[in-house]
Design a protein around this ligand. Structure first.
Ligand code: ATP
Ligand code: MG
Ligand code: FE
Length: 333
């Protein structure tokens, strides 16, 4: 089975070709970060226009790198949500056009499911069941994946997503965009115990997250220091903030694994790239003999290979999307 996959949900234009779902023949990723940086975040109209300009040539490059042609394709996988509607429509239209022209099946893919499946590409031997902590720019989910296509949502964010919190704090510290990698780097030089920021564990036994209180606490700290004319040591703020996020994420993830009697947890989404999150989770899982897996850096953030992997498992289960498939900006898992 040869899958052509397309991902345009946000600000990465990406096309990938996979063989039998897990072998990546090509995974071309064009990031638009430079176009959006000056605005401090993704501008939807700019993203859509960029996708339109780039999509055809990225499809061509992906086929070429994989050494296949349109005639070799078994089916097409494409992200149809969640994401920016204008951006999603570009990839969706391209995917439908190929499916129609070559008379091959179309598989619509949930982007969040894609983030989980990045782990299947990274770890060829990985199989469900496991607990997945999905922490990205727009989502924070704790999911019990029992089997392919079979998910139980155990917790989700009630306000800001983890990545969003990183980006907002980075902006307040005037570090730039996207904030996650910058805070991660600074945190390594800082003292995580320097400033006591709150940890929102919510009610007993809740696996939901809330990061808006933490965000306010960090913003208050920055403003207070400024008002008192006291220095703001960005490394210490970054380290203390990051640790507050990590403590909650790790605690709840381990608790889920214990509750569900599952011996594997996987990290997914852009924040899974965070070095502190990775090491803390491994440390906390060790005493319970819970195995921790995560994708390499370029599979953590948006890419089409992870979308193709979901599409493959849908395809072999006999699932097909119609050519009337529409973009769903707030698609749920
Ligand atoms: P979603 O997947 O929810 O639709 P998205 O696709 O924009 O959102 P991703 O590409 O998965 O999100 O991840 C981007 C997010 O990951 C950004 O918020 C970014 O700051 C964060 N991020 C990237 N690297 C790191 C890191 N090393 N530490 C913390 N956060 C990081
Ligand atoms: Mg992005
Ligand atoms: Fe994403």
């Amino acid at each position: 089975v040869i899958t052509l996959a397309i991902e345009t949900s946000c600000d990465e234009t990406s096309v990938s070709v996979l063989k039998n779902g897990r072998r990546v023949l090509s995974n071309v990723i064009h990031s638009q970060i430079d176009q959006h940086k000056k605005f401090g975040g993704v501008v939807p109209e700019v993203a859509s226009r960029q996708h339109i300009e780039l999509i055809n040539q990225i499809i061509e490059t992906a086929l070429k790198e994989a050494e296949v042609t349109f005639d070799d394709l078994t089916h097409v996988g494409v992200t149809y949500g969640p994401g920016l509607v204008g951006a999603l429509l570009v990839g969706l239209s391209a995917g439908k056009a190929i499916a129609l022209a070559k008379d091959i099946p179309l598989n619509g893919v949930n982007h969040i499911e894609g983030h989980i499946y990045a782990n299947f590409i990274e770890h060829p031997e990985l199989e469900p069941p496991f607990i997945a902590l999905i922490v990205s720019g727009g989502h924070s989910h704790l999911v019990y994946m029992k089997d392919y296509g079979d998910y139980e949502i155990l917790g989700r964010t009630r306000d800001d997503a983890a990545g969003e919190a990183f980006d907002k704090i980075a902006r307040a510290l005037e570090l730039g965009y996207p904030g996650g990698p910058l805070i991660d780097k600074l945190a390594k030089e800082g003292n995580k115990d320097k400033i006591k920021f709150p940890r929102a564990f919510l009610e007993d036994n809740s696996f939901d997250f809330s990061f808006s209180g933490l965000k306010s606490a960090v913003l208050n700290y920055i403003n207070t220091q400024k008002m008192k004319n006291e220095p703001i040591i960005v490394e210490d703020v970054a380290a203390s903030f990051q640790q507050a996020v990590i403590d909650v994420l790790v605690h709840k993830t381990v608790q889920c694994a214990i509750d569900k009697k599952v011996k594997q947890v996987v990290l997914a989404g852009g924040v899974a790239a965070n070095s502190g999150l990775r090491t803390n989770l491994i440390d906390k899982c060790k005493p319970y003999e819970i195995d921790v897996k995560y994708p390499s850096l370029n599979l953590c953030t948006d890419n089409a290979a992870m979308i193709g992997c979901v599409a493959y498992y849908e395809y072999i289960r006999g699932i097909r999307s119609g050519l009337d498939l529409n973009a769903i900006p707030n698609l749920k898992l």
